[in-house]
Design a protein around this ligand. Structure first.
Ligand SMILES: CC(=O)CC(=O)O
Length: 667
């Protein structure tokens, strides 16, 4: 017997069919956990109620959920834990104390299966768009060889190993070998300049640097030997530099050759480390001061990523997982974790727009990607450039197109549905570097509604709070997480008493993670992200997300990109300028100005209409491509440039001078 679905509301854009729901790993996990661990059984015929019950249980019974999940996914503890969550405080939660394991061992599990040894673990693609496989056996061999060499070089558990590398197989091998040894990985993409890299790596004092001589991007070679020399000079703790000759340059003096280090046939030895042993250091955008050096643990990332990739992304052996990213963004770390569930990971090292805007779709086609992830900005750029992926590429293997980086606007959902495939699972997901994961996003058994993330993730007690700390539903509130997640930072590097860590997340609501995003949890169980709460627009007490304004303004073909700021003025007033970067050939004349204002008024509200529209040469971004809002606001309020922003965290620091001048003029 089936019961009628409990949840009503607007028509979804897409719904999974019964077969897909039955096959989904989250469905199988629920059945298994209901039998063995007292999880609520699925509600027949009502996937939304089933997921809602499973989610409720996963946060109410947090320890049981993680116990069940680690059993279900076969996590190998070489030493069992005393309990799952010994201390729930935030910060300071203690997960799986006493347990020992190794992340890299799990990432190479599929290589132990003789039937899979010759299948690709990695598919590496450059701008030729020709996939080059690295088999599971080969990946395991290289990791074994390199881990032995790292040990020979004196790398011990806890030592930092750095990579100045593009998204190439060598980066994956170097990371896994570091994790196998118990070392702490950290990476920057080679488009970061020396100052940006040193701001990051100097904090963690690496003993080894893996580096390329340069990289190819947008059809051009970008030589990096000068920057590498600066890095070597600026990192006195280095005991070894490993040279990867991507452009064919001979190794500089004193550097070791990559090929020699991965040549041996050595069985990997996986150091068994405590659950909370550091796996890597990631860096937050770091808009002022040095970037935050976020430490996440081997065990925390292992279980959180296993959960994300199996239950939420529904990935497993047989899948090909492609996410467009660089090694400087946490999505690279997330992508590599695709190995944990035995999927083939697609590494694309190149420009998203070379030779044309459709490049990423071509890579998805050529590699047979089954889950293709990208940034919401790329989707919107394809829409603007009138790319027709469904018409021009064979995307028949793609089961899910996922987006992150910023909320996917409603038009992005419609475009993917119309231009890629009508029967396409579109997963807009959101989390951050701070947890190297998602708070809300993909659920293979749930429908997709335009402009919404499908649901909060399992084991994530996601809530929207009003300023008094009261949970709200169907209303915009602060994104908070009221119970610990295993991938929350174990600490920040260089923050001995934890002050910076506490100030970053736990100040507004003590003991509760406040992320800094505006969010709505809908009564239907879905989630809407409205943008950063620390750059919120607040007009006459009405709070608005900047993302809503970008979404409507950037529908106009004349607007390439925009930036909206709300700046409190010394006289108690509020100034809300909209900065626009125009498309080639467009002019900000009265007619366009009028259209911008009208579009905002009609699609949002008269309150959203900016006080001024100002043309700028370009919009500044963080190195991971996010629009810089808070520092621009501070510049407009008269904060000097050197105090408002760390130039090393910006894609084009010169752009900021314009905002500083404007701020000065308005004083
Ligand atoms: C998962 C994410 O939230 C990624 C990001 O936007 O940085």
């Amino acid at each position: 017997m089936t019961t009628a679905p409990q949840h009503t509301g607007p028509e979804p854009l897409w719904s999974p069919g019964p077969e897909r729901i039955a096959r989904a790993q989250v469905t199988r996990f629920q059945e298994w956990a209901a039998e063995r661990h007292g999880a609520p059984a699925a509600v027949p015929g009502d996937p939304a109620a089933s997921y809602a019950a499973l989610h409720r249980w996963s946060v109410d019974e947090l320890e049981t959920f993680w116990q069940a999940f680690t059993e279900w996914s076969g996590v190998r503890f070489s030493h069992p834990c005393e309990r799952v969550l010994a201390d729930r405080s935030m910060p300071g939660a203690r997960w799986f104390p006493g347990a020992a394991l190794n992340y890299a061992e799990h990432a190479l599990r599929a290589a132990e299966d003789p039937a899979r040894a010759d299948e690709p673990a990695l598919l590496a693609v450059d701008e030729t768009h020709e996939p080059r496989p690295v088999t599971w056996a080969e990946l395991r061999r290289q990791v074994g060889s390199l881990a032995a060499e790292l040990r020979r070089l004196g790398v011990r558990p806890g030592d930092r190993v750095s990579g100045y590398l593009p998204n190439i197989p060598q980066a994956v091998v170097a990371f896994l070998a570091t994790a196998a040894v118990g070392g702490v990985w950290t990476s920057c993409a080679p488009d970061f300049g020396a100052r940006s890299v040193l701001d990051r790596f100097q904090q963690v004092e690496p003993v080894v640097l893996f580096t390329v001589d340069g990289y190819r991007y947008g059809g051009k070679e970008h030589e990096r030997t000068g920057t590498v020399a600066e890095l070597r000079a600026g990192l006195p703790t280095l005991r070894a530099v490993v040279h990867i000759p991507l452009l064919g340059t001979p190794a500089p003096e004193g550097a070791l050759e990559w090929d020699a280090l991965v040549a041996a046939d050595t069985e990997p030895v996986f150091e068994q480390v405590p659950f909370d042993h550091p796996l890597w250091v990631l860096y937050s955008s770091g808009t002022t001061g040095l970037p935050k050096a976020i430490v996440q643990s081997q065990g925390g990332i292992l279980v959180e990523h296993l959960k994300q990739l199996s239950l939420h992304c529904d990935l497993g052996p047989g899948d090909r997982f492609f996410w467009y990213t660089s090694t400087g963004w946490m999505m690279w770390n997330f992508l590599v974790s695709g190995l944990l569930v035995g999927s083939t990971v697609v590494l694309y090292d190149g420009s998203p727009g070379h030779p044309d805007t459709g490049a990423q779709w071509r890579v998805a086609e050529r590699t047979g990607a089954t889950l293709y992830g990208t940034s919401a900005a790329y989707v919107m750029a394809c829409r603007k450039a009138e790319v027709h992926p469904g018409r021009d590429f064979d995307l028949s293997r793609v089961k899910c197109v996922a987006t992150t980086g910023s909320p996917l606007p409603p038009d992005g959902f419609r475009w993917l549905h119309d231009e890629v495939a009508e029967d396409m699972w579109i997963a807009s997901v959101s989390g951050g570097t701070d947890v190297c994961s998602c708070f809300a996003g993909a659920v293979p058994t749930l429908p997709v509604h335009i402009g919404e993330l499908q649901a909060p993730c399992l084991g994530t007690d996601l809530q929207a709070w009003d300023p008094h700390g009261k949970p709200v539903v169907d209303e915009v509130g602060e994104l908070v997480v009221t119970a610990p997640m295993p991938s929350m930072p174990v600490r920040f590097w260089n923050d001995p008493d934890g002050t910076r860590y506490r100030e970053s997340y736990f100040e507004m609501f003590p003991g509760v993670w406040r992320h800094g995003d505006w969010i709505t949890l809908t009564s239907r169980g879905s989630v809407v992200i409205h943008g950063r709460s620390d750059s919120t627009l607040n007009r006459q007490g009405v709070r608005m997300g900047s993302a809503d304004i970008y979404e409507v303004v950037e529908r106009l073909p004349e607007i390439r990109e925009s930036l909206v700021i709300g700046a409190e003025q010394p006289d108690g007033g509020y100034w809300m300028p909209l900065f626009v970067h125009l498309a080639p050939g467009a002019r900000l004349d009265d007619a366009l100005l009028d259209r911008i204002k009208r579009t905002i008024r009609e699609n949002l509200s008269p309150r959203h209409v900016p006080d001024e529209v100002i043309e700028v040469p370009a919009i500044p971004h963080t190195l991971t491509g996010k629009r810089i809002e808070v520092p621009v606001k501070r510049l407009l309020q008269g904060t000097p440039l050197e105090k408002a922003v760390n130039p090393g965290s910006v894609d084009d620091a010169d752009l900021l001078k314009f905002y500083e001048e404007l701020g000065k003029k308005r004083r």
